[in-house]
Design a protein around this ligand. Structure first.
Ligand code: S3P
Length: 430
């Protein structure tokens, strides 16, 4: 099992780029495999999660070629996808599992999807139930609530209206992908807007999809291959943004970062805490906003309150926001984040436990945390519970805290951020 040793860091300086966006890469691979004609994905993320999606599409007959950081897919259209002759292994990736469940529900063949121990614990009823309403035939463990799941795909799914109880891009995307092959219109509403990469990218692939503040609707459509430039992943940049905000004397530029407003809630929160962050060179690529970020160390961040409506746009950044709060002046209270309990780990319980090891006072709620910031937090030996974002958050905590730290179980970092350790060493010089 691999581990990472870090210690208190000198100021972070210079200019870096971050690997490609995970959500955008998953979608480009899926839609490219469903499209007719070549799809060229420049700057794709070669992480374990995205490679699971690629392997699944290849198992359905999609041809691919990798040259440097360019992935080219040659799809034959949705009708060209064929029955996989093996169980599709989704590894640790909830996005692969849920989005593929939506797609496979509407394809006329049998498939089985499985994953690692963490993925087998993650709730699947949230996708299986609405897809069943559309006519899908899906069976899973524990009364159709958990993976492995088996799908007897149907050619004639029917469009339905779905009102989601939780804002979830994975659930929304699974239903939209089923809607793409269903008869009639599929409409989805969610309580708060979750990341909208699927809607933006399906439009560019030529799908008949409509978005409005009331929700999203989609009709049966054929997709046509496109060229995609994948921006740097904001969720990966987040670790370096918080590190530079916390480490005195830092001045760091991160180029070419995805700035989709459904993803950048952390910036708003950090600015409210007193963070000094500017966005430069704002531009757009295939419907996705991109920018360069400049982060200057803050004098001292201040605690804030974060509620339910703020959560979807920072859902994956909450572990690193907790670290920002641990070093801030005063208290930070996060509520309305119950979803964190069903991520790659229980991110409320695991982060509370790890921050207590640093000497931070933390109170756990069913749906969040209260964190009392301190300037005396100490390093220690931390464990990730196999969760990549916990591992990287604790590595950043180790750069800011006094003394030396060790983070155990760090191999999971490869699910989203290959090269994290190298980049951390480059900017901090430890
Ligand atoms: C993702 C959606 C989010 C996020 C995950 C990636 C996506 O999950 O946490 O890391 O790419 O659609 P939920 O839809 O479960 O909130």
């Amino acid at each position: 099992m691999s581990s990472l040793a870090v210690r208190k860091s000198p100021p972070l300086k210079g200019e870096i780029t971050i690997p490609g966006d995970k959500s955008v890469t998953h979608r480009a691979i899926l839609f490219g495999g469903m499209a007719k004609g070549p799809t060229v994905i420049r700057g794709y993320l070669p992480s374990e999660d995205c490679l699971c999606t690629l392997a699944a599409m290849e198992a359905m007959g999609v041809k691919s070629k990798i040259q440097g950081d360019v992935l080219t897919l040659r799809g034959e259209g949705i009708e060209g996808l064929t029955e996989p002759d093996r169980v599709l292994n989704m590894g640790n990736s909830g996005t692969s599992l849920r989005l593929l469940t939506g797609l496979l529900s509407g394809l006329p063949f049998f498939s089985v999807l499985d994953g690692d121990d963490s993925l087998r614990k993650r709730p699947m009823a949230r996708v299986i139930e609405p897809l069943t309403l559309m006519g899908a035939e899906i069976r899973g463990r524990k009364n159709n609530r958990l993976a492995p799941i088996a799908i007897s795909g149907k050619k004639n799914l029917r469009g339905v209206e779905v009102r989601l109880l939780v804002a979830s891009a994975q659930v929304k995307s699974a239903i939209l992908l089923a809607g793409l092959t269903a008869d009639g219109t599929t409409r989805i509403r969610e309580p708060f807007l979750s990341r909208d990469h699927t809607e933006r990218m399906l439009k560019t692939f030529g799908a008949r999809i409509d978005t409005s503040p009331e929700g999203t609707s989609i009709e049966k459509s054929d997709l046509k291959g496109i060229e995609v430039d994948v921006p740097g992943d904001f969720s990966s940049a987040a670790f370096f943004i918080v590190a530079a905000a916390l480490i005195p004397g830092s001045s760091l530029t991160i180029r070419n970062v995805g700035m989709n407003p459904t993803r950048t809630g952390l910036l708003k929160a950090l600015k409210k805490m007193g963070g000094k962050i500017t966005i430069e060179n704002e531009r757009e690529s295939e419907g996705e906003p991109i920018g360069d970020l400049h982060i200057q160390a803050a004098d001292r961040l201040k605690g804030i309150e974060i509620g339910e409506e703020d959560i979807p746009a920072m859902i994956d950044e909450l572990p690193i926001l907790f670290i920002a709060a641990a070093f801030a002046e005063g208290e930070t209270k996060v509520t309305g984040a119950r979803e964190l309990r069903v991520k790659e780990s229980d991110r409320i319980g695991v982060m509370a436990r790890e921050m207590r090891k640093m000497g931070i006072e933390v109170e756990e709620y069913p749906d969040g945390l209260r964190i009392k910031g301190s300037d005396k937090a100490r390093g220690g030996t931390f464990t990730s519970d196999g969760d990549h974002r916990v591992a990287m958050s604790m590595a950043i905590a180790g750069l800011v805290a006094g003394g030396e730290s060790a983070i155990e179980q760090t191999e999971c970092i490869n699910t989203s951020f290959p090269g994290f350790e190298t980049l951390l060493k480059k900017v901090s010089g430890f």
